[in-house]
Design a protein around this ligand. Structure first.
Ligand SMILES: Nc1ncnc2c1ncn2[C@@H]1O[C@H](COP(=O)(O)OP(=O)(O)OP(=O)(O)O)[C@@H](O)[C@H]1O
Length: 304
């Protein structure tokens, strides 16, 4: 196999995964392949099934039908320690109540490799803390850090595994804009260096800005899968989220400003009638919402 075809080989696959739910399937015959070298954004409304899918991909739960394959093998056939070295997972919520130093928490990421004390372990811990801007928290108790600081330490723990597959659930949810950019840059860099990186995201513009591919889930199904322009089309935002959005463009990537719920009189009333967008209409931005325009930035609201 050539280097190129090896790099393009999917290492992580969801094969027709179904998870039953109380009223309808939580996931319904979801089939996806994830290749190394790409940052994939998993997006969709609350309850769409994103966390359920990510946990299945991490091997933390089992589907009712279908399977997850890692490197071509059913994930649960792999020895637990091998799985732990291959796959790193950041859970949603970013809470830690242990009275442990931040560096000790990051060191937990090295357990799949040994006891976390070798020079290689220490170097990996230092790298992960530098990447997340958490070096200065070494020795500080994680249960005394702020929400955003805690999330970055937990991300450092996930990065310290140095696994070829990195699965992160809402890695920027509690972060300020500067740290959101830092973390998205780190995730994109991990992908550039050859990892499979899948991030659950709610910020559509950040997803569009950084991800190589977006997968839009709704009601347990894949509604759209492709590049940001294609996936964030107005008709998809309407179907998945039930929203109209103002759209711009920066450096060839869509900027999305969620603007109004479709069919909600109270939200729609806040938009001047001449600015209420149809799916394929191109209308000017309301003055108050127009992004700052510079030579490289333009608004083309709101087209599908
Ligand atoms: N163990 C469970 N038992 C029953 N229903 C569940 C269980 N876990 C999740 N669900 C339901 O499955 C659906 C998908 O949940 P999931 O957490 O995957 O959504 P999500 O897309 O990650 O949502 P959010 O954006 O709110 O985090 C939700 O309706 C949730 O209530």
């Amino acid at each position: 196999m050539t280097a190129t075809s090896m790099a393009e080989r999917p290492v992580l696959e969801a094969v027709s995964i179904t998870v039953a739910g109380p009223a309808r399937p939580i996931l319904d015959a979801v089939g996806l392949q994830f290749a190394p070298g790409r940052l994939v954004g998993l997006i969709g409304p609350n309850g769409a099934g994103k966390t359920t899918l990510l946990r299945l991909l991490a091997g933390l739960s089992r589907p009712d039908r279908g399977m997850v394959r890692l490197g071509g093998c059913p994930i649960h056939d792999l020895p637990a320690m091998r799985r732990a070295r291959c796959l790193s997972y950041l859970a949603q919520g970013g809470q830690a109540h242990w009275p442990l130093g931040a560096d000790a928490v990051v060191a937990l990421g090295r357990l799949p490799h040994g006891d976390g004390t070798t020079p290689a372990d220490r170097a990996a811990i230092a790298r992960a803390m530098a990447l997340t801007g958490t070096t200065g928290f070494a020795g500080r108790r994680i249960d005394r850090l702020s929400g955003g600081e805690t999330l970055r330490v937990l991300l450092a723990r996930a990065l310290a595994v140095e696994a070829p597959v990195l699965l992160v659930d809402e890695p920027v949810a509690a972060l300020d804009p500067a740290h959101q950019l830092d973390v998205m840059t780190v995730l994109a860099d991990q992908a550039r260096q050859g990892a499979v990186v899948i991030a659950v995201l709610h910020d559509l513009s950040l997803a569009a800005r950084f991800c190589d591919r977006l997968v839009l889930l709704t009601q347990g199904r894949v509604l759209a899968d492709g590049d940001a322009t294609e996936v964030l089309a107005a008709r998809h935002l309407a179907t998945a989220y039930g929203i109209h959005a103002w759209r711009g463009e920066a450096c060839g990537r869509p900027l999305i400003i969620p603007w109004a719920r479709i069919g909600r009189a109270d939200d729609a009333a806040s938009i001047p009638p001449s600015h209420q967008p149809d799916d394929d209409e191109v209308a000017p931005c309301p003055r108050a919402s127009a992004p700052q325009t510079a030579a490289r930035y333009k608004t083309t609201t709101p087209a599908g």
